[in-house]
Design a protein around this ligand. Structure first.
Ligand SMILES: Cc1cc2nc3c(=O)[nH]c(=O)nc-3n(C[C@H](O)[C@H](O)[C@H](O)COP(=O)(O)O)c2cc1C
Length: 346
C-alpha cells in the first residue's frame, strides 16, 4: 500500500510518503536562498509524492529564529515563486508550505548554536494567548489583545494567499509543537477569559477562524493542519480534545491532518522511539474520516507499510531519514528512480 497512489483533494499522489517540514534556519530577511534550492531539490528527488516546505512565518514577529523563512510581502513572494518554479520544473508533485507563528517560542537561538534557548542579544518581544512563560528560562510573552489576534488572523490569510500566488499547491497550518496556535489550543498556555480562551470551543476559535479564512480565499488549494494528538503533559491537551478539534476541522472540509505531539514545554513526557505518534494517529483515524498523516521515527518503509496496511494512518511524513538515507524510496521500488540514475542501481 505504501507505494500505491492516493487521492488528496484534486491530486493523485504517486505513493504515501511525504517529505516532512524541516526548518533550515538558513534564510536571510525571510528569503529562500541557495541552501533552500539545494535542500528542496534533494528532497524532491527522493521519490516522495509530496513535499512540504519548512515552517514559514506569517510575519517577522512570528519567526522562531532570525533565520526563518517569512512569507508576508511581495519581495518574499517573488523569491518563493522562483524556488517553486524551479522545483516544479524538476518534478510535478504537489508542493506545500507550512505556515506558522512562533508565539512565545519565538526569539530563539538557532538550534545548532544553542538548542532550545531564547536569544539574549538581538531579541524581540514575543506574544502569546496569555502572559505565561514557556518555562522559567524563557522570557515572559505579552498577552495578545483582541486587535492583535485579528492581525494574526489577517497575516495567516495573507500568507496563504501569497503561497497560492507563489505556486504552492498546499497550505499546512501549524497548530502543534508549542507554537502560537498550539498555545491557543492548550489549556496550559491559554488562560484567557474572553472568546479565545477557557473551554475548548473558545480555545479552538482562532485556529478554526484561520482555517475558515484560508479556505474561503485559497479555493482549489489542498489545506492541511499539523496538530497535536497529545501535549503529553499534566493538564494539557489529551487525545479526546484533539479528536474534537479534528472533527471541527473536518466540518471545515480540510484535506488532511498530520498527527504530532509534545512541544508545549521544552520538556514533556514524549519519548522519542519508533513511530512515537502512531498510537495517537490510530485513535484519531478510528474516530474521524479525515485523511491522516503521521510522522515520528518512521525510518524503514516496512514499518511504514505495516501502519498503512493496518489502517493506522493514510500517509506517512518522513523527515530525518530522507536526509540521512536519501535512497530509501529508490531501494524500495526502482520505478521512483529517475531514468538518468537507473544505471547506478543495477
Ligand atoms: C531539523 C528539523 C527541523 C524541523 N522543522 C519542522 C518544521 O519546520 N515544522 C514541523 O512541523 N516540524 C518540524 N520538524 C519535525 C519533523 O517534521 C518531523 O515531524 C520529526 O522530525 C519526526 O519525523 P522524523 O523522525 O521522520 O524526522 C523538524 C525536525 C527536524 C529534525
Amino acid at each position: 500500500m505504501i507505494l500505491k497512489k492516493f487521492k488528496l483533494k484534486n491530486r493523485y499522489l504517486s505513493n504515501r510518503i511525504i517529505a516532512s517540514p524541516m526548518c533550515q534556519y538558513s534564510a536571510v530577511n525571510g528569503l529562500p536562498n541557495e541552501w533552500h534550492y539545494m535542500h528542496y531539490t534533494k528532497l524532491i528527488s527522493t521519490g516522495v509524492s509530496m513535499l512540504i516546505f519548512e515552517s514559514t512565518a506569517i510575519n517577522s514577529n512570528g519567526r522562531i529564529t532570525h533565520k526563518d523563512l517569512v512569507l508576508s510581502n511581495n519581495k518574499q513572494l517573488n523569491s518563493f515563486k522562483k524556488i517553486v518554479n524551479h522545483l516544479k520544473s524538476l518534478k510535478n508533485i504537489p508542493i506545500g508550505i507550512q505556515l506558522s507563528h512562533s508565539g512565545r517560542k519565538g526569539s530563539s537561538e538557532i538550534p545548532w548554536i544553542k538548542h532550545n534557548t531564547p536569544l539574549r542579544k538581538k531579541k524581540w518581544i514575543t506574544y502569546a494567548p496569555s502572559s505565561i512563560k514557556r518555562d522559567k528560562k524563557w522570557p515572559l510573552p505579552k498577552k495578545l489583545s483582541l486587535k492583535g489576534i485579528k492581525n494574526i488572523k489577517k497575516d495567516f490569510i495573507n500568507s496563504a494567499i501569497l503561497s497560492k500566488k507563489a505556486g504552492f499547491d498546499c497550505v499546512e497550518v501549524h497548530m502543534a509543537h508549542g507554537y502560537l496556535l498550539h498555545q491557543f489550543l492548550s489549556p496550559v498556555a491559554n488562560k484567557r477569559n474572553d472568546s479565545y480562551g477557557g473551554n475548548l470551543k473558545n480555545r479552538m476559535n482562532l485556529p478554526l477562524q484561520i482555517i475558515k479564512g484560508i479556505k474561503s480565499r485559497c479555493k482549489g488549494m489542498i489545506i492541511g493542519a499539523r496538530i497535536t494528538g497529545s501535549d503529553r503533559v499534566k493538564g494539557g491537551i489529551e487525545i479526546d480534545e484533539s479528536i474534537k478539534l479534528i472533527k471541527e476541522l473536518e466540518k471545515l472540509k480540510i484535506d488532511y491532518v498530520c498527527v504530532s505531539s509534545g512541544g508545549i514545554y521544552p520538556i514533556t513526557d514524549l519519548k522519542i522511539k519508533k513511530g512515537y505518534n502512531v498510537d495517537l494517529a490510530e485513535r484519531i483515524k478510528k474516530s474521524t474520516k479525515i485523511n491522516i498523516r503521521v510522522s515520528g521515527k518512521i525510518e524503514d518503509l516496512n514499518y511504514g507499510k505495516k501502519i498503512i496496511n493496518k489502517k493506522k494512518t493514510d500517509l506517512v511524513a518522513i523527515g530525518r531519514s530522507l536526509i540521512s538515507n536519501p535512497n530509501l524510496i529508490y531501494n524500495e521500488d526502482s520505478k521512483f528512480i529517475p531514468k538518468q540514475y537507473l544505471r547506478a542501481f543495477k
